[in-house]
Ligand binder design. Structure first.
Ligand code: FAD
Length: 231
């Protein structure tokens, strides 16, 4: 995969591949150091990797890592930063002005009748009317932001009038073990649709770099039981 390969997400957002470390073979080699045994050919190597994944021998997967550049709305960033093992740097709204770019869903979802934190598709919502209202609100919020800046208010304070739908951007590096953990949690259907879209794009990049690992991921998807029970 070429550095800079970009997958569009969430309207104006994206997941961009920057670079990576290691390969499926690195995982196998790292595991084999336990016995100081050499590679026993492709079939055996792949079998070993699948065994490691299935039986949660997770540390060899930490020998690999990926760096992404991700643009996402701030309300998704709040979920993203809960993953403490990710190493990241974020665009600073103290140093520079935020762009006039907001996330607007293509479909407004209704509150889920059973799952308090969830949502469900709804034909009853007037999508066109809601979108118009939200666009007008974004316009007003951004105009107020600009107005405050023009009056000399510091960027770090003027941003307080902007909604969490505005886009932010990060460089993030994560090792493969913790990326898999993140994907187990955030590709799960209990996770919010928007972060699932982002997680799927991150996975699309990763599975081209570590195809054996993701064959195992699709087969076993271990860790789903680790997900927190919704409050
Ligand atoms: C569907 C869903 C709903 C959620 N709802 C809420 C919510 O309502 N409110 C809310 O606040 N959060 C919520 N969360 C966030 C959740 O509680 C976790 O913070 C988040 O999923 C990160 O998981 P993690 O700690 O396993 O991952 P990471 O932070 O990436 O850590 C990976 C692993 O490293 C270890 N680890 C990392 N840091 C520490 C540490 N300091 N101490 C001990 N072990 C550590 C743990 O084993 C951990 O599993 C939700 C998450 C999901 C997926």
């Amino acid at each position: 995969m070429e550095p800079g390969h970009t997958i569009p997400i969430l309207g104006k957002g994206y997941v961009r591949y920057i670079d990576h470390l290691g390969s499926d073979l690195r995982i196998v080699e790292s595991a084999r150091i336990s016995y100081k045994s050499p590679s026993k050919g492709v079939d055996q190597d792949k079998k070993l990797l699948t065994y490691l994944y299935k039986h949660r021998h997770t540390s060899p997967f930490e020998q690999c890592s990926i760096t992404y550049n991700i643009k996402m709305p701030i309300f998704i960033m709040r979920q993203f930063v809960r993953h403490r093992t990710f190493r990241l740097n974020e665009w600073s709204a103290r140093y520079s002005e935020l762009a006039d770019e907001f996330y607007i869903p293509t479909q407004w979802r209704a509150a889920d009748a059973k799952n308090k934190q969830g949502s469900q598709a709804s034909g009853n919502l007037d999508h066109a009317k809601i979108t118009k209202e939200v666009e007008a609100f974004h316009e007003k919020a951004y105009a107020t932001y600009q107005n405050l800046l023009q009056q000399g208010v510091a960027r770090e304070l003027a941003r307080a009038v902007l909604p969490v739908s505005i886009f932010t951007e990060v460089y993030v590096n994560c090792d493969l073990h913790n990326l898999l953990h993140f994907l187990h949690l955030r590709e799960d259907d209990h996770a919010q649709l928007e972060i699932r879209e982002m997680a799927a794009a991150m996975r699309t990049v990763a599975e081209q770099l570590y195809p054996w690992t993701f064959e195992a991921y699709h087969k076993f998807r271990l860790g789903v039981t680790d997900r927190p029970t919704p409050a």
